[in-house]
Design a protein around this ligand. Structure first.
Ligand SMILES: [Fe+2]
Length: 167
């Protein structure tokens, strides 16, 4: 089976009974893929990004169990270990697992974003969260201005939310 499809199926099993989580990560995965292709990101980085996008919220289940919430910081704290276990079981290479652990552990941290995989994961997550959280046009504009860096991500954000083009 295709590697991403295999991982998606494993995440669907992990998120059993949590359709919102499953629909969320599938959308983030597709936007991440679209942005990476639009930006001409090299294959290896795109693979790492897509892997991270599929598992990025894996900390939520344990965060709900331990803290009763899905706070971003709790997710960042609990996610990497869960991601490692899942990816190791599927035979992912160690170097990729390490980067995915880092990305899972930082995907709610918006200072010092370094690397195309990190930047695009954050943009893809915002594209989905702005919609799922019913944020205003103003909020979407602010995020586009402050967080988004890629041309493709900005374009998708502008069109999807019907924003004015950037000044
Ligand atoms: Fe997310």
């Amino acid at each position: 089976m295709d590697k991403n499809a295999e991982l998606i199926r494993a995440m669907i099993r992990y998120d059993t009974g949590m359709p919102k989580q499953i629909q969320h990560f599938l959308k983030v995965y597709e936007f991440a893929h679209l942005i990476a292709v639009g930006e001409g990101i090299r294959e290896q980085t795109r693979q790492t990004l897509e892997t991270a996008a599929i598992v990025h919220d894996i900390g939520i289940r344990n965060s709900l169990k331990m803290y009763g919430d899905s706070d971003g910081k709790h997710q960042e704290q609990l996610g990497p270990e869960e991601a490692r276990t899942l990816l190791q079981n599927l035979g992912y290479p160690e170097v990729q697992i390490r980067r995915v652990e880092f990305l899972v552990g930082h995907h709610h941290t918006y200072t010092d974003i370094e690397g195309d995989d990190y930047q695009i994961l954050v943009e893809a997550d915002f594209l989905v969260n702005l919609y799922e959280d019913g944020e205003s046009e103003k909020a979407a504009e602010a995020v586009r201005e402050k967080i988004f860096r890629t041309k493709t991500g900005k374009d998708i954000c502008t069109r999807m939310f019907g924003l004015k083009p950037e000044a």
